[in-house]
Each structure stands twice: as C-alpha cells, then as structure tokens.
Design a protein around this ligand. Structure first.
Ligand code: HEM
Length: 439
C-alpha cells in the first residue's frame, strides 16, 4: 500500500515507536496529534502500527464488526489484565453468546434489587464526608464504586475480603501505564500478583454461588442461558466478574466531576434540587423516579460526555477500511478516542463547558449524528459491544447526585482542580477536597 493513502502521523522511534509518549499521557497524546493531523491519524504504539480515530464517523467504523474486531486488539499484557477473554476481547457469535449470559446480571429486576444497596452505600459515604468537616473525596469515591460493585455483583458484605480486594485492585490498575516488565519489584510484577490474589478470592465466591445461588449479579449471570441454551461457567464467569470491577471503577471519576460541577454552579444545583423535591421528596429512590427527572438525566449525560475516563478503546482492523479519505490496512491496531470525541466541536458547542442543557429537547446536540454520543459505546448491549453496565452506571450516578443534592450543600475549599492526566482515569490534583453541610 502506498504511504500517501495511509493516515498522516509519525511512527516515532525505531521499535518503541511513540509508546512512551502514549503511556505518559494518553489524553494529551491524542489532543496534540489531532491538532496536527486531524481526526484520523497514525502512530506506532506498543509495537504495532496504529490508527487513531476521533469523532462520530470513527465510532461508526469502530463498531462495524466487518471492519474492526476486538480479539487480538489489546497489547497482550493489557488484555491479560482484562481477563484475557472477557467481553471486550471477543467477537461474533462467541461474543454474543457471552453477552446474553452476562446481561443476566443487568436486567431491570436486578437493577431494582441493587438500587437500595447503592443508595445505602452512597448514604454512608456522604455521611462520613459530612462528619469529617472537610473531606478528601477521590479515594472514597473509588471505594464507593468498588463497594457497590462488590456488594451487588459478588454479594460481598464489605468485610476484610473486600478490603483486601480493593487494595489489590488499586495495585493492579497502577500498572496500566507501566511497561510490562515481569521482574520482581516492578509495578507490573506487583500488579500481576495482585490480580492472581483477586482471582483466588473470586474462585471461592464462585464455588459458593454454584453450590447455593443468591440474587447477586454473579448468581444471575450463572443462571442466564444464552439463546442457544448455553450457560457461563468457571473461569469465564470469573473473568467477567473481574472486568465489572475494571469497568465500573471509573464511575468514581464521573461522580467527582458531577460533584464539582454542582458545587461550582449553585444555580444548576438549585434547579436539580427543585426537580428532585418535586419528583421524589424524601421518599426512597426508585428506578422509575430516577428516570422521570429530565435535568438529572441531562446532568448525568454531561458527566459521561465530559469526564475524562479513558482516552481510547482498543480494536484491530479486520479488513482494510477507508475513513476521511485515508486507508487503514487490515491488521493495524485501531484506537477509538473516546474522550476527544466527546469534545468534538463539530457536535458539541463550547465542549469545555459543563452544560447539561445541551442535551435538552430543542438543542439535543448529541443527536446531530447517529453516533455523536458514545461515552459507553454504540447501539444496544445485546447486539454489540455497547457497555453492559450502561443502565447500572446511570442508576449509580443518579443515586449519588440525588442524595448529594437533596441532603447536602457542597463547597469546595481553595485547591488545585486541574487534572493529573497521567492517571487513568485522570484525578483532580488536590485529591478533591470538599465540605458538606446539611441542606
Ligand atoms: C460511567 C461509567 C462507565 C463508562 C463510561 C463505561 C464505558 C464503557 C465503554 C466505552 C465500553 C466499550 C464499548 C465498546 O467497546 O464499544 C464499555 C464496555 C463494557 N462495560 Fe462499561 N462503562 C461504565 C460502567 C460500567 C459498569 C458499572 C459496568 C459493570 C458493572 C460496565 C461493564 C461493561 C462491560 C461488561 C463492557 C464490555 C461490553 C462488550 O464488550 O460487549 N461498565 N463500557
């Protein structure tokens, strides 16, 4: 293939390519190159020729299974952290079968049952912050997300096993931006050992659920046959359970972004509070009530659009494809740039502004293109790679916002609210300090 048809961009150093600058700050890597080369550009990352795609058209291609596949897409050490063969790494009939089984954990009845657990966990966290006077929130928000997943999906009681799992999980995610050097003492080696301990603990939980099912997510998943009648079992179930943690952990970043936005914009907070008072008052939260509040919905959408969580999703070109007049050859790694796409000025006016009304009827900026809004993927969960936890995460984020805004005023002491972009997801440099006072 002639180089003139390939996407523009640099290949970087011999062998290493642009791997180091990519790992150092993936968000900046994308922004800087998008500014130089446009919405489709090439690089050489983790030893592979790579095409990076930004925007709605890129999302359309990325989700077309005839052009982009998921197996073989991630660097092997990252794939390993995702369980090796969990949903984001599968294709075709194998993927669909697994997805039908896994979605057993995410039905409406399951969400209805998880919601009081989510609300109680949120309530305890907010109560602790209130009692502390001034609290540092980032680590607590991570623990909140992980605790909700552990309680609802693995029937955890939040005891010592959970605490050990959280410690190991945090060791593991630290290695996502490290080079995979399996020498004792490296971040990578510590992460692998932590992952092995997590799997050992989950093996014990799985044995218990197989012997005596409950109504946690794991039991629901084990009980849900795919269309062909097959059931998920053994290590496959463990890999999916493990991936729920990785996938759901990032909600901490969204909740942090929402809290900051509502503390900074007191008018927006007052509007949301009025909506909550009108729809819910002091009653216990229900899934129906959460879905009946349009401003709450738009704030949640805006949190999903403008929270940096991951810079890219991983795919691999299954066949040559053309995008923006450039050919991406079969076999190349393909990265869909999630965060940069949510900030595309072709879809979103003043993308840097936190402006939930951009989703309101009349404006509906996200509807400018069928794939103009894809913070959790494209299409329906059962038909492709759309996030299995799309409703689950929405319910968690909304529950958090409702209890925060209904019960407390939040103020942010003077602090550095710039992001530490080298982390995934990026975190506020200050650790996010806040003071909650009773409403
Ligand atoms: C706001 C929070 C979340 C965001 C932004 C998010 C985002 C995403 C994205 C971008 C994908 C990949 C879509 C694609 O490959 O096209 C995905 C897939 C997935 N997510 Fe989420 N997710 C979130 C929460 C969750 C939660 C809480 C869970 C489970 C408890 C979850 C489970 C999954 C699973 C299982 C997949 C793989 C689906 C597949 O490949 O078929 N996610 N998510």
């Amino acid at each position: 293939m002639s180089d003139t048809t390939l996407p523009p961009g640099d290949r970087g150093l011999p062998l290493l390519g642009e791997t180091l600058s990519f790992l150092k700050n993936q968000f900046n890597f994308v922004d800087e190159r998008q500014a130089r080369f446009g919405k489709v550009f090439r690089s050489h990352i983790l030893f592979k020729d790579t095409a990076l795609l930004v925007g709605a058209e890129g999302a359309e291609v990325f989700n077309d299974e005839s052009r982009v596949q998921r197996s073989g897409a991630m660097a092997p050490h990252i794939a390993d952290f995702f369980g090796g063969t969990s949903l984001p790494l599968l294709d075709g009939a194998t993927h669909r079968r697994r997805k039908q089984q896994v979605m057993g954990a995410f039905g409406r009845d399951a969400l209805t049952q998880y919601l009081p657990v989510m609300e109680a966990t949120v309530e305890r966290t907010l109560g602790r912050w209130f009692a502390a006077g001034e609290a540092s929130l980032t680590e607590d928000l991570k623990d909140l997300a992980l605790e909700v997943i552990a309680r609802t999906m693995a029937g955890s009681d939040g005891g010592p096993e959970f605490v050990a799992n959280v410690r190991d999980f945090k060791l593991m995610v630290r290695a996502f931006t490290a080079l995979p050097v399996p020498i004792p003492g490296t971040k990578y080696a510590r992460a692998k050992a932590a992952q092995a301990r997590i799997f050992d603990r989950y093996r014990a939980v799985l044995a218990e659920r197989v012997a005596k099912p409950t109504n946690d997510g794991l039991s629901r998943m084990l009980a849900k046959p795919a269309e062909d009648g097959t059931l998920i079992a053994g290590e496959d179930a463990l890999k999916e359970l493990h991936h729920f943690n990785l996938a759901g952990y990032i909600t901490f970043a969204h909740m942090a972004r929402g809290l900051v936005a509502l503390a900074q914009d007191t008018e927006l907070r007052a509007r949301l509070r009025a909506e909550i008072d009108a729809h819910l008052g002091t009653k216990a939260i229900t899934v129906e009530a959460l879905h009946a509040m349009p401003l709450l919905e738009n704030i949640t959408k805006e949190m999903k659009r403008c929270t940096p969580f991951v810079a890219v999703s991983f795919g691999k070109a299954k066949s040559d494809f053309i995008l923006d007049g450039k050919t991406v050859p079969a076999g190349w790694m393909v990265m869909l740039c999630n965060f940069a796409s949510g900030n595309d000025p072709a879809i979103y006016a003043e993308p840097a502004r936190f402006d939930p009304d951009r989703f309101a009827e009349g404006r509906a900026e996200h509807q400018k293109h069928p794939t103009g809004f894809f913070p959790q993927g494209v299409g329906e969960p059962l038909k492709g790679h759309m996030c299995a936890g799309v409703d689950y995460s929405t319910v968690l984020m909304k529950t958090f916002l409702v209890r925060l805004v209904r019960d407390y005023d939040t103020t942010l002491p003077k602090q550095d609210l710039s992001y530490r972009w080298e982390k995934i997801p990026p975190e506020y440099a200050s650790g996010l300090r806040a003071v909650l006072t009773k409403r």
